[in-house]
Ligand binder design. Structure first.
Ligand SMILES: [Zn+2]
Length: 182
């Protein structure tokens, strides 16, 4: 199983695990036909004991939600009284998950959303795309650099003007001297 999720050895009551923020995104795909179903950006929670990954959104064309509601069997105590619809991969018809309703309060996050069965999917990690560059920010920085350059140039201009002011009398004096010797 190529899913990057740790599964408990024996089933227990569900514990919801919040997904840590990482630089990478986990892409989930149908294990059978490799159709991409969704990624961890849309993850609501992971239920380890049920081996389910609940998604906020999923590629709409990638899966088919069956109309019929079925009662959850009593093998897992936490699902007693809950119902589900099967969710199949559109391409290969493999059942890849379920949509639950009437879940107990501690699992209510999963209600109404597609929960993928980790045994029916595979996953791989990709690096999060670099955040879009904020061009306003870049423009602002360029303007700041430009103003800095302008300031530097004005400083140089002041120095040149000062030098000019000093040289002009000297030049005049030299001219006078030169004129005097003619
Ligand atoms: Zn498939």
């Amino acid at each position: 199983m190529a899913v990057y999720l740790k599964m408990p050895q024996s089933p227990s009551l569900c514990s919801e695990v919040c997904v840590p923020e990482t630089d990478s995104v986990t892409v989930f795909q149908c294990e059978n036909c490799r159709t991409i179903l969704g990624d961890s950006n849309n993850l609501i929670c992971i239920c380890e004991s049920l081996a389910l990954v609940t998604m906020q959104a999923i590629q709409p064309s990638a899966v088919m939600i069956h109309e019929a509601w079925e009662k959850c069997n009593s093998s897992n105590v936490s699902l007693t009284g809950s119902s589900y619809q099967n969710v199949s991969c559109t391409r290969c018809q493999t059942e890849v998950g379920k949509v639950f309703k009437n879940l107990p309060p501690h699992l209510s996050k999963m209600s109404g959303h597609i929960s993928l069965d980790v045994h029916k999917i595979s996953s791989y990690e990709v690096q999060q795309p670099a955040p879009k560059k904020n061009y306003d920010e870049i423009l602002f920085k360029m303007q700041q650099e430009f103003f800095k350059m302008q300031q530097e140039i004005s400083k140089v201009q002041v120095v040149l003007m000062n030098l000019n002011e000093r040289f002009v009398p000297i030049e005049d004096a030299l001219a006078l001297e030169a004129g005097g010797t003619d």
